[in-house]
Design a protein around this ligand. Structure first.
Ligand code: CA
Length: 669
């Protein structure tokens, strides 16, 4: 199923007239009329008084529970026939608590018994997620879990996101980490590369990011948990059990408690370090169609369909789920609530979020914020294909202002700064291609309305779709497509590594000084690469694992990133919280020169100690001259160097901005 990923990443659909949704199919209209169940005891609950099963499957002709002593390869020791109950559910129970046992469901549909399934609400599973497990969840809590809290977030623009994959981060021998590729990797303090420099969780603290955004960590389909020595790699965008952790990241996939406890230990270690944990969630499609847990419990219901009854496919992966069908919308809401409650997750990144409807996403944010107001919800505001869901209902980036407490990725700044995401050879603003200046400005003001930004000249979006900077995630690189290092190598033939590192510094300087929330991909700070692989979803560790010895080789690059993050965190002017503040405090200078942007952040913006910050970005490979008002300027960045506390002083007047670099000046009054 993972071939879908290529298409999935490539798509950026724009809302409006260019998108013409298919009409709702008769099948979907029928599913929407099914009775739904809103109790909190779906599938399995256990306590001292017994074990109860309740499966939602309105059109099943019969339903069973199979009980097992082990997680796989054994016959059931008992079978329970379920009885019809209220709101489309089926019930069965056993008088004793079946801790340590496993179960599956099977339903009779169109006269035949379907394959067994652990259901859609399995919270503990054995090897490969084949059977659900009955465990005492309280025994999975690490010591001190009751007092565990993630970082409090006052404004989303204060967050610095760092996207990582468990294996990328720890598999390389140079990580010095014992539990390579496991949840536990991030619980190990004091790890070092070959040069004695910090790696692992200590590296995160040293870099200064506020949140890690970890690629899918729920149970996914592609990696065989029964054969972990094979060292398979997958990003994990192939969901299987949405409410249990992935087994291959645990030290023992066969013991259902271990993956849960180890994931909690990871989260606690990060929280103890002051770092929040964002989970990447992929509710938009399932790895399988007719054999998915959704299909095996309530055939057809959880998906959208075409007029001919086939699966519609806005995910590019063979199906799309139907958040507008109540039981599916409820499933998404209740699933993220579960992760927030049970695992103390601090944020959720929704893959292909525009497959979901805005009403469901608003419920997601509202319910999560009742649990913890600091929870950050954001997603990809696009689909990878057409959907029967009307464009105005989709959680598209262009509809972000219809949502409350949800942010979207800005593909505007991404493509404008470094060049188009899929046209590998195409350059962007930071690498000398003219024509993207206005789109970079759209990024600087976080896609909010600004009197000096002409959205009609935007490369991607043609209007100010955000009404607050808290709706926008800025980035130039992520796990998808060519990561920044590889993009620069592709698009700058004949360049030196030093040239490309300069371009990376400029690109990230634009991102980290822009309004909105910055996001970076793990290892960019030490100039890792993926050897030019644009879709490394199942590439081996030799492509994906970060070589931490690069931290020594590229020490200057690392220092630059660290200072850049420190600059942003030290100065609220880069983290304004309203569109009005941005429109009032950001003033662009008129420049008619290609690949040059000059602007000021004025008025001690957002309570900053600096009365004015002057930022000049020169994306050309030749020096430019700019006029800076006379004054006592602290030089923050110049000629590929940066220091949050200042490199030296300057008096203004005619100043040179070196090729492919940022000039940042600040003054106190
Ligand atoms: Ca799995």
């Amino acid at each position: 199923m993972n071939e879908c990923i290529t298409k999935l990443l490539a798509a950026t659909l724009v809302a409006g007239s260019s998108v013409c949704a298919a009409a709702q199919s008769p099948a979907d209209a029928r599913y929407q009329a099914w009775p739904t169940y809103d109790g909190d005891d779906l599938e399995m609950t256990v306590g001292a008084d017994g074990t109860r099963f309740r499966l939602w499957s309105p059109e099943a002709e019969a339903a069973r529970v199979y009980l097992y002593n082990t997680d796989r390869n054994t016959a059931p020791y008992d079978t329970l026939e379920m009885a019809r109950a209220e709101q489309g559910t089926w019930r069965a129970s056993v008088a004793e608590p079946l801790y340590g046992k496993f179960y599956t469901f099977s339903i009779k549909h169109d006269g035949r018994w379907l394959s067994e399934t652990p259901g859609v609400w399995a919270k503990a599973v054995g090897t490969n997620g084949e059977r659900a497990a009955i465990i005492d969840m309280s025994l999975t809590d690490p010591e001190g879990w009751g007092d565990d809290r993630g970082p409090q977030v006052d404004n989303l623009t204060d967050v610095v996101l760092y996207e990582m994959h468990h294996r990328d981060y720890s598999m390389h021998p140079s990580s010095g980490i014992v539990h390579k590729g496991k949840f536990l990797a991030l619980t190990e303090p004091g790890t070092h590369n070959s040069y004695g420099q910090t790696t692992g969780i200590d590296h995160l603290k040293e870099l200064g990011v506020t949140h890690v955004h970890i690629l899918p960590s729920y149970d996914y389909n592609s990696v065989d948990e029964a054969n972990l020595p094979a060292n398979q790699y997958n990003w994990g965008y192939d969901p299987q059990n949405y409410n249990a952790p992935e087994g291959s990241y645990s030290t023992d996939p066969a013991d259902p408690s271990v993956r849960i406890r180890e994931m909690k230990e990871m989260i606690k270690a990060l929280h103890d370090a002051g770092i929040g944990v964002v989970m990447d969630v992929v509710y938009n499609h399932t790895a399988q169609n007719d054999d998915s847990n959704f299909s095996l419990t309530a055939p057809g219901y959880y998906y959208r369909h075409r007029a001919d009854g086939s699966y519609s496919d806005a995910s590019g992966c063979g199906n799309e789920t139907a958040s507008d069908h109540k039981q599916m919308g409820d499933f998404i809401v209740n699933s993220v609530k579960y992760w927030a409650d049970e695992y103390h997750i601090d944020g959720f990144r929704f893959d292909l979020m525009a497959i979901h409807d805005t009403e469901t996403m608003n419920r997601v944010a509202a319910e999560l914020h009742k649990i913890n107001p600091s929870i950050f919800v954001y997603g990809e505001g696009w689909t990878a294909g057409d959907s029967p869901l009307a464009p105005e209902r989709r959680a598209l980036k262009e509809n972000v202002s219809k949502m409350d407490g949800i942010a979207v990725f800005s593909d505007d700044i991404r493509d404008a700064v470094k060049g188009h995401y899929s046209r590998a050879d195409e350059r962007g603003f930071a690498t000398g291609k003219p024509g993207s200046e206005e789109t970079v400005k759209i990024g600087i003001v976080a896609s909010t309305a600004h009197p000096q930004v002409d959205y009609s000249k935007g490369n991607n979006s043609k209007f100010a779709y955000a009404t607050s900077p808290e709706m926008i995630i800025n980035y130039v690189s992520c796990h998808d497509d060519l990561m920044l290092t590889d993009k620069l190598a592709h698009s700058m033939p004949g360049s030196t590594e030093a040239d490309r590192q300069r371009a990376a510094r400029l690109a990230q300087t634009i991102v980290f000084t822009s309004q909105g929330t910055p996001f970076m991909f793990a290892g960019e700070e030490i100039f890792r690469d993926k050897q030019g692989v644009h879709n490394s979803y199942k590439s081996p560790d030799s492509i994906n694992a970060i070589n931490w010895d690069l931290k020594h080789a590229n020490a200057d690059q690392y220092d630059y990133y660290r200072e850049l993050i420190k600059l942003r965190k030290s100065h609220p002017a880069f983290r304004m919280t309203t569109a009005d503040d941005i429109a009032r405090n950001i003033v662009f200078d008129k420049t008619e020169v290609p690949n040059l942007i000059s602007y000021s952040i004025k008025n001690n913006a957002n309570g900053d100690e600096w009365s004015e910050i002057k930022l000049v970005f020169n994306g050309a490979d030749e020096a430019r001259e700019v006029n800076v008002p006379k004054g006592n300027w602290i030089v923050i960045a110049r000629d590929g160097k940066i220091k949050a506390d200042g490199l030296d002083m300057a008096r203004g007047g005619r100043m040179t901005v070196e090729p492919t670099s940022a000039l940042i000046l600040a003054k106190k009054k």
